[in-house]
Write a protein that binds this ligand. Structure first.
Ligand code: KIV
Ligand code: NA
Length: 266
């Protein structure tokens, strides 16, 4: 696979080719996923749950994220590496810049920030300083204590309009990509059509510009014993991990994943 860049992803957005993204936390899985056709390796702060065993992502530090980003960078074979800013790493503009610099130096090509329209200043400043950013909207797990649980966001006309306005404000501010988690499919479709930057979905239906899943979820591994509604276990029809990841990448490219049973209604 030749190197995937932001230009590749923008070309996919324009041509309608789906973007494949998967979380990845170490060198061997980075090599495996890149070989299997994953275009974006997300070093997600979900590692706090699936690797570290915490019951939320809040305990994850910037140092943890840098450690795993560096490991992914070493194993990567041409995918774009996207790294999460963990809980409170974006508390102030100054901290945001410093923490993004740490992740970029560790090997990230782009950073992901959880939030909303309040991030516009950070997003503009990052772009000016050479750091492309992806803003994670909808169910932002770092705010689980504000939401009172892991709940679908953007339901009802008022909330949907608000989320769409935030998405477009962030694009306007210079975000390179958006990620929508657990929002109704019609809202995700509307935002994807309105935005000129790639919109990636998880639990956001089939009409975003690309899809992401947590590696452990799609391999059928679960610490809690609960699997979110939007997950498919790709190990079920595969005889190796490599095959499962390849099947996921192909299902996304062909529009066979997600299916109706993985969607949330408005
Ligand atoms: O940390 C993560 O794995 C994520 C995905 C759920 C999008 O942010
Ligand atoms: Na995350």
């Amino acid at each position: 696979m030749s190197n995937i860049t932001l230009t590749t992803l923008l070309a996919h957005k324009r041509s309608g080719e789906k973007i494949t993204m998967l979380t990845c936390y170490d060198a061997t899985f980075a090599a495996t996923a890149a070989d299997a056709g994953i275009e974006v390796l997300l070093v997600g702060d979900s590692l706090g749950m699936v690797l570290q065993g915490h019951d939320s992502t809040l305990p994850v530090s910037v140092e943890d994220m840098a450690y795993h980003t560096a490991a992914v960078k070493r194993g990567n074979k041409g995918a774009l590496v996207l790294s999460d800013l963990p809980f409170m790493a974006t508390a102030t503009l100054e901290q945001t810049y410093a923490n993004c610099a740490t992740l970029m130096r560790a090997g990230a090509h782009m950073v992901k920030l959880e939030g909303g329209a309040w991030l516009t200043e950070a997003v503009t400043g990052l772009a000016e300083r050479g750091i492309p950013s992806c803003v994670h909207l909808g169910l932002t797990p770092q705010s689980v204590n504000v939401f009172g649980g892991y709940k679908v966001q953007g339901r009802g006309d008022e909330q949907a309009e608000k989320l769409k306005a935030e998405a477009l404000a962030l694009e306007q501010a210079g975000a390179a990509m958006l990620l929508l988690e657990c929002v109704p499919s019609p809202l995700a479709r509307e935002i994807s059509q309105a935005a000129t930057i790639p919109v990636i979905g998880i639990g956001a239906g089939p009409d975003t510009d690309g899809q992401v899943l947590v590696l452990h979820d799609m391999l059928g591994l679960s610490l809690s014993g609960r699997t979110p509604k939007f997950v498919r276990n790709f190990m079920q029809d595969a005889n190796s991990i490599n095959q499962a990841i390849e099947n996921y990448a192909q299902a996304v490219k062909q529009g066979n994943f997600p299916a109706s049973e993985h969607e949330f209604s408005a």
